[in-house]
Design a protein. Structure first.
Length: 202
């Protein structure tokens, strides 16, 4: 577990080389939606544009004065942002992931008051990231080829057992909504198509 206090600062041009190394780490590429290695000229162009964009926030996490990872927020809608995180290989397995996510999310809500929610899209087999986001207070929202987790600014940010309880409650609530929707669908179909078809009415 991490022991040093984590701090944040905006990314700067001199961070380009270190972030390039993190982005091309084999574990990072394996868990990315685009798994191809990134060429240096491509990375430099992306990084320079990222620092200039008004709808993107890039923050460096530090502990004991050493950079340990980067968190990126893309403000795709006035009230919603998407988060991406990349830990330095040497910082993994120490609990910094959840801390960086939580601290970065708090900072985003301060820097962009219009943002009310943050979503994270994660591969279903990326169990380390799923655990880190859950520990930081993110809750399941949707699932397709990736899992989407959501954090709302007005909601408390539970960690550990409280986060797990919240997830269970959300899944239970979603299940009740699905059952109610199926009942209403069958009810109105019966009314429209006739009682004899469904055998519901005398």
């Amino acid at each position: 577990m991490s022991s040093a206090a984590l701090t944040l600062r905006p990314a700067e041009l001199q961070d380009a080389e270190e972030i390039f190394r993190w982005r091309n780490d084999p574990v990072t590429r394996a868990q990315s939606f685009h798994r191809e290695a990134i060429a240096w000229p491509e990375h430099v162009r992306w990084f320079e544009k990222t620092l200039q964009r008004q709808d993107r926030i890039l923050l460096i996490g530090l502990a004991n004065g050493q950079s340990l990872g980067v968190v990126r927020f893309d403000i795709n809608q006035p009230e919603e942002a998407e988060i991406n995180i990349n830990l330095a290989p040497e910082s993994r397995g120490q609990g910094y992931g959840a801390e960086l996510i939580a601290a970065g999310s708090r900072r985003l809500f301060e820097l962009a008051p219009s943002v009310r929610r943050i979503c994270a899209r994660i591969k279903p087999d990326n169990h380390a990231s799923l655990r880190a986001f859950a520990k930081a207070g993110y809750l399941p929202f949707a699932e397709s080829e990736y899992k989407t987790l959501m954090l709302h600014t007005s909601a408390p940010q539970p960690t550990g057992r409280r986060a797990i309880v919240r997830q269970i409650m959300q899944f239970a609530g979603a299940n009740l909504v699905v059952q109610a929707a199926r009942f209403l669908k069958n009810f109105f179909l019966a009314r429209m198509l006739g009682p004899s078809l469904f055998g519901l009415w005398n």
